[in-house]
Design a protein around this ligand. Structure first.
Ligand code: THU
Length: 130
């Protein structure tokens, strides 16, 4: 799948966002090594702390379908700024891939590309656990 196609999948998911509080819609599309794509949107809640980010919704759908071989993720919002994944999403995704790519897009679908190492250097990982 091309980068533009993956961003298009994220954009489609963005329109399903449930974001009545922030009105900031986010869509994400994760591509696995064989080209399978899982999408997600942000899902907010009146108890604000329970809000789910689009990236983690997409990742949870993938993991619950038995897939953790993430190659890249596209993230987009309906804003003029590039949509950067929050720190929690970076950490959550780093559990599954230390070398995935992030395509961070804005509403006109232009994007900037980063690696996991760019966005989360010196990550906390299971290697240091007992
Ligand atoms: N949000 C995401 O979906 N992904 C991020 O990486 C950052 C923030 C959502 C959460 C909330 O619904 C809205 O954007 C505003 O913070």
């Amino acid at each position: 799948m091309t980068y533009k196609e993956l961003i298009k999948r994220a954009e489609e998911a963005m329109w399903t966002a449930y974001a009545p509080y922030s009105r900031y819609r986010v869509g994400a599309a994760i591509e696995c090594r064989d080209g399978t794509v899982f999408t997600g949107c942000n899902i907010e809640n009146a108890a604000y702390g329970e809000c789910l980010c689009a990236e983690r919704v997409a990742a949870a759908k993938a993991v619950s379908a038995g897939r953790t071989d993430f190659m890249r993720i596209a993230v987009i919002s309906d804003s003029d700024e590039y949509c950067m994944p929050c720190g929690s999403c970076r950490q959550f995704l780093s559990e599954f891939s230390r070398d995935m790519e992030f395509l961070c897009a804005r509403k006109d679908t232009s994007y900037v590309c980063y690696s996991m190492k760019d966005l989360l250097p010196h990550a906390f990982s299971s290697e240091i656990l007992y």
